[in-house]
Design a protein around this ligand. Structure first.
Ligand code: DMJ
Length: 586
């Protein structure tokens, strides 16, 4: 990796998520020089500026730039928002990971600053953070929580507790622990499947109201369960508080096994198994790429709490996630795949011996045509149901009688009913493959990972970096790259691939626990930087002024001020014109 493209990051407020998310990956890969090049950037990030707006204070223009009242024009503090959970896992996690691998004090100092900003999100009645977005400059009383996702409000223990240990400041530990206690004591007992908690719920509702919603270990839920078991590791399996987390984790997995763990019986010869969803009272046979981290989580749970069935399920699930990649045309796993129920209509499709979809002879009036083959569009025209081309009754009736056909499983990947074929370079399956290798030592997982890496590089590499792909279930000649590059590619996807092919002693799971963005924090009493992965710069370097704003931020700030300046000018111009018109009329 040479220089990294410094993209403007829409999601994460122009603070340079790709840089911060990459710091510890650089150290893991032995790229200390590149890490050192990032230090001035990290030093200069201004956490009070969000996309050019200042949430902490207003701005007063120079004395000669007057507004319509003859005063220097001003802008008040700008109301803005930051995504709390994403900032926690990417920035706070990224800075802590960089600190724990290097011992570089700069990273810890900046981690404390960003944690101070985030701590405002916990100013709620329940103590759960305003997880999705909050205005850090909001000063008037407690924030109101509406619908929250369990992943967003329940996954900050690793970062906050580690920060508490590093700074000897208990307040960080307490912020996190208060959330867990509330979720365990107030929310979980009121759900349909305690202690599972729905993907989203209203935190501040009446104390005796039932908590309704859908259940999953994937999107909006994932890292809550992940952090329960990882907190056990962080706290040390035998500590009293760790036992609370261990119990909550074990009970959650036991219930999830009944509600969400599903065999996929549709594909003969394959031992497929998924962790699906429970929606509106029904289980859905579905595999989200996001849920695929759970293979690794179950493996880790077995290692820490001796749960052998979890290990079996974790391996089966990881293999199924990999199978979804291997059986897609680009060798890459789609974002989401839903499977047919075994008895469901449509599971099979008839195909001719040439592999074309079988089309029965079309004869007689429209009403007689079997609707599974032919549909009517809104104009009343007949279309073949499979490829939506127009039906020509006479022609097809002549051509098709007598064609031999057979039954095949429908869908790409086979047995799937529908899918979202997008790939945004997610890490979850390679994450589980990495855990499988570390936990079993079986080299087959390295081969699987290498296969995934080759396909990934073949299709996602783009001239400016790594790109998302619109639909990995289409043939390669229909491949479309999306010109979008998430920061987690550097934090997670590259890191897991790299570690999978490296000596297991590098970043040993005995010493570290990885947050949900794959940022490693030390989970033993070893000192930060004990592995010696960082070579500090040979000479003291000028890192710029702390928090003065990076180049990107300064540009956005100036651009924002220029906009206000233009607006002021145009108000003044309009006033002048109005005055002149009035003078002319007189
Ligand atoms: C990452 O940002 C984190 O892993 C998060 O928990 C959910 N998934 C994305 C990457 O897919």
């Amino acid at each position: 990796m040479g220089r990294i493209f410094l993209g403007y990051d829409e999601l994460t407020h122009s603070w340079g998520a790709s840089i911060v998310d990459t710091l510890d990956t650089l150290l893991v890969m032995g790229l200390s020089d590149e890490y050192n090049q990032c230090r001035s950037f990290v030093n200069q990030i201004n956490f009070r500026w969000v996309k050019g707006a200042d949430w902490s204070q207003g701005y007063v223009a120079p004395a000669d730039e007057l507004d319509e009242k003859g005063q220097p024009w001003q802008i008040p503090r700008e109301i803005t928002s930051i995504p709390v959970f994403e900032t926690g896992i990417r920035y706070l996690g990224g800075l802590l990971g960089a600190y724990d691998l290097s011992g570089d004090k700069l990273m810890l100092d900046r981690a404390v600053e960003i944690a101070e900003v985030l701590s405002r999100a916990f100013n709620t009645n329940s103590g759960l953070p305003a997880g999705s977005r909050m205005d850090p400059g909001y000063q008037t009383g407690a924030l109101k929580l509406h619908s929250v996702s369990i992943a967003e409000v329940g996954s900050m223990t690793l970062e906050l507790m580690r920060l508490g240990f590093l700074t000897n400041d208990r307040k960080w530990f307490d912020l996190a622990q208060r959330c867990t206690d509330y979720l365990q004591d107030v929310i979980a007992p009121r759900t349909k499947f305690p202690p599972l908690i729905p993907m989203s719920f209203v935190a501040d509702q009446l104390p005796d109201a039932k908590i309704q919603g859908s259940y999953s270990l994937g999107a909006m839920a994932d890292s809550f369960y992940e952090y329960l078991i990882k907190t056990v590791k962080l706290l040390g399996e035998t500590s009293a508080v760790a036992k609370q987390y261990a119990r909550l984790y074990a009970d959650s997995i036991d219930v999830a096994r009944k509600v969400l763990f599903i065999d996929i019986p549709n594909v003969p010869g394959r031992d497929l198994f998924t962790i699906g969803k429970h929606e509106y009272g029904h289980s859905k046979i579905e595999t989200e790429h996001l849920t695929c981290f759970a293979g690794g989580m179950l493996g880790l749970g077995d290692k820490l709490l001796d749960r052998p069935q979890d290990k079996i399920d974790g391996e089966r699930f990881t293999s199924t996630c990999y199978w979804l990649a291997a059986s897609s045309p680009l060798g890459i796993q789609p974002e989401n795949v839903q499977f047919y129920d075994p008895e469901e209509k449509g599971l099979y499709v008839n195909v001719t011996m040439d592999g074309e979809p079988y089309r029965p002879p079309v004869k007689g009036p429209v009403e007689d045509i079997a609707s599974q083959y032919v549909n009517k569009n809104y104009k009343g025209e007949l279309l073949w149901a499979d490829d939506k081309t127009p039906v020509k009754p006479g022609e097809d009736a002549d051509r098709l009688p007598g064609v031999k056909y057979h039954r095949e499983l429908n869908g790409v990947p086979v047995g799937s009913k529908r899918h979202n074929g997008r790939y945004i370079n997610r890490p979850e399956t390679i994450e589980s493959v990495f855990y499988m290798y570390r936990l079993t030592g079986d080299k087959k997982w390295q081969d699987i990972g290498w296969n995934m890496f080759s396909h990934w590089m073949t299709h996602a590499k783009a001239s400016g970096g790594i790109s998302s792909i619109q639909d990995v279930t289409k043939d390669v000649n229909q491949k479309v790259q999306d010109n979008n590059m998430e920061s987690f590619i550097f934090a997670e996807t590259f890191k897991y691939h790299y570690l999978l092919q490296s000596d297991p002693e590098l970043l040993s799971l005995d010493n570290y626990v990885l947050n949900t963005e794959a940022h490693p924090v030390v989970a033993t009493d070893k000192e930060p930087g004990f592995e010696g992965l960082w070579t500090p710069p040979a000479h003291e370097e000028d890192l710029g002024v702390r928090g003065e704003g990076t180049h990107v931020q300064k540009y956005l700030r100036l651009d924002n001020l220029a906009r206000h300046r233009r607006r002021n000018k145009s108000v003044l111009g309009a006033m002048k014109a109005a005055k002149a018109a009035k003078g002319g009329a007189a």
